[in-house]
Design a protein around this ligand. Structure first.
Ligand code: HEM
Length: 411
């Protein structure tokens, strides 16, 4: 009886929650989703049904945290349907850490996580600084550059390729495969995108299969060898698991970092603040990076699926298999959590953000990304102090991967 009463109350609350509409492919929207987020926060109803996607969403900081930590919600039911057209792509996704739930997730994550602990990552500091300098050397004399392809993209791609044990000169090819594969997560995927993602997956897998054969005969001090040797409860990872994890690390290991770098350069240059002050010392450089991550996050929307019929604390009831959207970019601008949320303030004392997620899928690469960003942004602004924007950068048409098309600067 008590249960029944609680459920009835929840239905009443849920039916009072608003339905909202915003087209994720509309340039006015994806160029500045923050205007909409401000309206949502101001309305006081930060849980709503997003008509265009057709699912419930949470935009409040506390709700986003709660949904990401809710064990009744998972990722596995979200794996797209297996079709003949996307068979190769699907094979790489079905073993992806991001697409599985406990207990499989716990085991695989434990194994990969060891390589990404902060103290291990810290050892990469000199190499990241050296890479940053090398890349800047190549364009410094030109007095202008698009930061994205010449700096922001190669740096994290080379770092993660080297950690895994792949040659740095493969980085452009890895980037190209990865870009084609992640397009499958765009809103409104068509057949051309599917065909391209599947071709990229097929080539990527063929390449890694050859490299793994080499590693089996000649082990190295790299992540590939670590994954081949590692045992979980006496069992080794299968080849598809090693390949899927490698692809996920390569994809996740650069895409978001590239766009955070681009967004951060644009934010800092637009702010009119003095970069020398923003990067004065390690601690301030780290605080500046955190504020860049909060202010213009590269990933705005993730989803979770109800593993059973579920009733959330905010009144939403989800049927088993139903999806809920988690709005990271909006949570980072929640006025109930941050003072002056729409102001870029690298000195704020109420920092923190959900740009790396929360709960069991919290970003494995967060320590690496933070080190890459603080090192690379600091080097860039130190070496090119007269840098300014050459034109207003525009956001790409992929709302949930919130990044710029180009970041043209001159000095
Ligand atoms: C600024 C850069 C980055 C941002 C903003 C970011 C953000 C995120 C977020 C939000 C998630 C959780 C997704 C979810 O809950 O559904 C995630 C997961 C993940 N990230 Fe990152 N990431 C970044 C860089 C990296 C890097 C450098 C790596 C390199 C290894 C990486 C590897 C991963 C992996 C493997 C997962 C899946 C973890 C799991 O499912 O248990 N990320 N990331």
């Amino acid at each position: 009886m008590a249960d029944h009463t609680a459920a009835s109350v929840a239905v009443v609350v849920a039916s009072n929650l608003p339905r909202r509409s915003a087209d994720p492919r509309d340039p006015a929207f994806f160029s500045d989703p923050y205007r909409w987020y401000t309206e949502i926060h101001a309305s006081g109803s930060t849980t709503f049904y997003w008509e265009d996607y057709g699912f419930w969403c949470v935009a409040g900081f506390d709700d986003v945290n709660a949904v990401l930590r809710d064990k009744r919600l998972g990722r596995a039911p979200g794996l797209p349907e297996h079709t003949a057209r996307t068979a190769n792509w699907w094979e790489t996704e079905r073993w992806s850490l991001l697409a599985i739930d406990p207990p499989e997730h716990t085991q695989l994550r434990g194994l990969v996580n060891r390589a990404f602990l902060s103290r291990r990552i810290e050892q990469l500091r000199p190499r990241i600084g050296e890479l940053a300098d090398d890349l800047i050397d190549r364009f410094e004399a030109d007095r202008e550059v698009d930061v994205l392809p010449r700096y922001a993209a190669p740096l994290p791609a080379i770092v993660i390729a080297e950690m895994i044990g792949l040659p740095a000169d493969m980085a452009p090819q890895l980037l190209s495969w990865s870009n084609s594969m992640v397009k499958m997560y765009m809103f409104g995927v068509d057949e051309a995108v599917e065909a391209e993602a599947d071709r990229a997956a097929r080539e990527f897998v063929a390449y890694l299969t050859d490299v793994l054969a080499e590693r089996r005969s000649e082990p190295q001090a790299d992540l590939l060898t670590h994954m081949l040797d590692a045992e979980i409860d006496g069992e080794r990872l299968s080849e598809p698991e090693v390949i899927a994890t490698t692809i996920l690390l390569l994809n996740a290991g650069h895409e978001a970092t590239v766009h955070t770098t681009g967004n951060a350069v644009a934010t800092i240059l637009r702010s009119g603040l003095d970069p020398t002050e923003l990067f004065a010392g390690d601690e301030q450089a780290e605080a500046t990076v955190e504020e860049c991550l909060r202010f213009d996050a590269p990933l705005h929307l993730f989803t979770r699926y109800a593993l059973d019929d579920v009733e959330l604390g905010n009144g939403v009831r989800l049927a088993r298999g139903e999806q809920i959207g988690v709005m990271l970019g909006a949570a980072n601008r929640d006025p109930r959590r941050f003072e002056r949320p729409d102001e870029f303030d690298p000195w704020r004392t109420d920092g923190g953000n959900v740009s790396f997620g929360a709960g069991i899928h919290f970003c494995i690469g967060a320590p690496l990304a933070r080190l890459e960003l603080s090192t690379s942004l600091r080097r860039l602004f130190e070496r090119l102090p007269a840098m300014r924007l050459a034109g207003e950068p525009e956001y790409r048409d992929i709302f949930h991967f919130h990044g710029l098309d180009a970041v043209d600067v001159s000095w």
